[in-house]
Design a protein around this ligand. Structure first.
Ligand code: PRP
Length: 180
């Protein structure tokens, strides 16, 4: 992987072109599946910060139906490579009667998305889907029903394209495996 970090430290998993192609496919599927929605009742994307911000920006521009966007802050990893087991969630959302699609960068143990889903379901959306760029099923501890998945990945530490290790590597245009 090129860039300012050591070339040996990160092994490219998905190039920027590969990511772009896959996101266009997901955007098309979402546009087809929610085609009945109107400007009065648009698809409401809720982006899980920080990691999903780049994915969401690219995905949004491939969706051809009316949509709106909002953000939720969730974090559990801190400076570690494993989840702390406690998810901090911050938001000021209104989702009642709206068709909501959560946008995540990666689903690992499943704890973050499970807790967000529980909070949002209590607010009675019309529907609640999950779109995750990456799915790491071998790390799952909490079951999650993912509606749209970009790529299945191995149980390794992945960085780039919005995903960090200790707040670094988010700006890399591709996704790669960080050496331990
Ligand atoms: C990461 C990632 C997901 C979550 C997935 O967020 O962006 O939200 O962890 O892990 P889980 O399935 O084990 O819960 P993180 O806590 O690192 O915050 P960040 O997005 O701000 O980097």
């Amino acid at each position: 992987m090129s860039g300012k970090y050591s070339h040996n430290a990160i092994k490219t998993l998905f190039s920027a072109d590969t990511i772009d192609t896959r996101i266009r496919e997901i955007g098309k599927a979402i546009s087809n599946d929610y085609a009945m929605l109107t400007p009065k009742s648009p698809l409401h994307l809720i982006v899980v910060l920080k990691g999903a911000f780049i994915f969401a920006a690219d995905l949004l521009r491939t969706i051809t139906i009316p949509c709106t966007i909002d953000f939720i802050r969730a974090s559990s990893y801190g400076s570690e490579k494993t989840s702390s087991g406690t998810v901090t969630i911050k938001h000021n959302l209104t989702v009642a009667n709206r068709h909501v699609l959560l946008v995540e960068d990666i689903i690992d143990t499943g704890l973050t998305i499970q807790q967000i889903t529980a909070e949002l379901m209590a607010m009675k959306p019309a529907s609640l889907g999950i779109c995750s760029l990456l799915d790491k099923p071998d790390a799952r501890k909490h079951p999650v029903d993912i509606t749209y998945t970009g790529f299945i990945v191995p149980d390794t530490f992945i960085v780039g394209y919005g995903i960090d290790y200790d707040e670094r590597y988010r700006e890399l245009p591709s996704l790669g495996i960080l050496d331990s």
